[in-house]
Ligand binder design. Sequence first.
Ligand code: SF4
Ligand code: SF4
Length: 143
Amino acid sequence: MSKDDAARKQPFYRRRTLRFHCTGCGACCRGGDGHYVFLSRHEAEDICSYLGLSWQWFRHRYLARHPDGGLVLRMEGDACVFLEDARCRIYPKRPLQCRSYPFWPEVVTTEKGWRMEARRCEGIGTGARIPVAVVEEILAGGG
Ligand code: SF4
Ligand code: SF4
């Protein structure tokens, strides 16, 4: 394999320096059918105690099950139940899925993924350069 071939096989985030700056527009907290905010039981319990609610009430009011059985946040209309005036009500405790956005494997691995996601997220391609090490740390679950 030539050096050029090897370079082309690298994931997109290694071939190009990604730029990103969150404007706080809230678009990533919205979506139509098929948009889910997944979270672990531990994350759910953490949010529940952050809000000072009983587990019973919290589960009833804020949680739902994905058809595959995973735990997800409820949606109200097309928005996450915690989106209020374009702000996240549980920002310090938001799930990893939210904290790691937009550095998701399906978004940063290919140029197409990055460009497609830029249609939703106005912060993609703007602002500071994000070092590869930071992208890889997020991909490894350190969002
Ligand atoms: S869509 Fe992008 S710019 Fe808007 S709040 Fe989400 S991450 Fe930030
Ligand atoms: S938990 Fe917060 S950051 Fe995540 S989708 Fe809901 S409102 Fe957005």
